[in-house]
Design a protein around this ligand. Structure first.
Ligand SMILES: [Fe+2]
Length: 391
């Protein structure tokens, strides 16, 4: 039985043999089953199509989304807030990063000293709720729904404590996580680390399509990115952009990186080492895909404008959380490059353009031709003679 291909829904949740012997228990999945919301599972999921159902805890409709590559620690929830409605107040000991798929509204966060902070979001806003801060979301429209997707580390937290009352009913104040007041107003601090690892510390990003990105030479072809530190949390979030006519280098890392198309068009290829074929997921706003643990993947821009994607995961640059993330993002120590920026020929996890399977460039060129978009990869990888436009 293969962990990658086995539907998680097919694995028994609570163990338990004869005589009430308890074993093999998954407290997160047991909790989720009791919440009574739909659960969707796949390699890639179009979030606008996820069926939601009333979720008594939140007072709005919701669903859970389990991408096959989510690993042990992360999940997603979709929250659908009807026109004029709001979520019931929540407080919990897990972290969440919220991405607005559509709609406009506001979120109110109550700090332990009673101070309230609120901010207004719209489609493609990103924010985090400081750990254990009481909060609620309001749909600001009387006619349109608001659709939010959250990436959380609830599976990790619930499986460690396996006590719902502790996770959802604990008053402990993590005051330092709230950060500066301005962080709730969309302002932040740029923390320069090195190419590919510059961080923007804040709690709220009003518009992911507008935020300025920094050069990331390692990943190839003029790409730019920015890492986020949100509410001083351990959840990872970064945004990455590929210029028109380009694609990034293939690479691999640990699980849980939820990749969401923010702007532009393109696709991703995913494959495990020694696999003959690629799995392809096409991008559009609302699509999320998650490469599995150590699964190679590569992102391609195939449209007439820059393509941006957001990635959320457990373990960020400030708090990598797992050794796999630390080595991926920071390297193994000393002068070592981050594994995701180091060639597989040197023991890293990145496939240089010249080493990639020749079929990959052809798949992309074919797509570019269909879209009438101009390829600009000639200086990195020459176009095969039979695919050159006739002179
Ligand atoms: Fe990746």
């Amino acid at each position: 039985m293969n962990i990658r291909e086995t539907p998680q829904s097919a694995i028994p949740t609570s163990g338990g043999g004869k005589d009430g012997v308890r074993f093999g228990i998954d407290p997160y999945r047991d909790w989720l089953a009791a919440e009574g919301i739909p659960v969707v599972e796949d390699f890639g999921v179009f979030l606008f199509d996820v069926k939601t159902a009333p979720w008594p805890r939140y007072g709005v409709k919701g669903a859970a989304v389990h991408l096959k590559g989510r690993g042990d620690f992360a999940n997603m929830f979709v929250l659908e807030i009807a026109p004029g409605q709001s979520t019931a107040p929540q407080q919990h000991l897990y972290e969440e990063v919220v991405y607005v798929l559509e709609g406009a509204g506001s979120t109110q966060v109550e700090l332990a000293d009673g101070t309230r902070r609120s901010f207004e979001w719209g489609a493609k806003s990103l924010f985090a709720i400081p750990l254990n801060a009481r909060h609620r979301h309001f749909n600001g429209s009387g006619t349109e729904r608001a659709l939010l997707v959250t990436t959380t580390n609830l599976p990790m937290v619930m499986n460690v404590f396996h006590n719902e009352a502790f996770v959802f009913g604990n008053a402990f104040d993590f005051g330092e996580r709230a950060g500066k007041k301005e962080y709730f107003a969309g302002e932040g601090d740029l923390i320069t680390v090195r190419q590919g690892n510059h961080m923007w510390e804040t709690n709220f990003v009003p518009d992911l399509t507008a935020i300025e990105l920094k050069s990331w030479g390692d990943r190839g072809a003029g790409g730019t990115n920015i890492m986020f530190v949100l509410a001083d949390g351990t959840m990872h979030a970064h945004i990455s952009e590929m210029p028109v006519g380009t694609y990034k280098k293939g690479h691999r890392h640990g699980p849980s990186f939820h990749v969401m198309c923010v702007m532009g068009q393109g696709f991703s290829l995913l494959w495990f080492e020694h696999e003959k074929d690629f799995r392809r997921v096409d991008w559009k706003h609302g699509m999320v895909l998650v490469p599995c643990d150590r699964q190679f993947h590569q992102h391609f821009n195939t449209g007439p404008q820059p393509a941006r994607y957001l990635a959320t995961a457990v373990g960020g640059l400030r708090y990598p959380t797992t050794l796999a993330n630390r080595i991926s993002l920071l390297g193994a120590g000393g002068d070592d490059l981050p594994a995701v920026s180091k060639s597989v020929k040197e023991g890293g996890d990145q496939i240089e353009y010249e080493d990639q399977d020749p079929r990959i460039h052809r798949i992309w060129l074919e797509e570019m031709r269909k879209n009438g978009a101009p390829p600009k990869m000639e200086k990195f990888i020459p176009t095969p003679a039979d695919m050159k436009a006739p002179a």
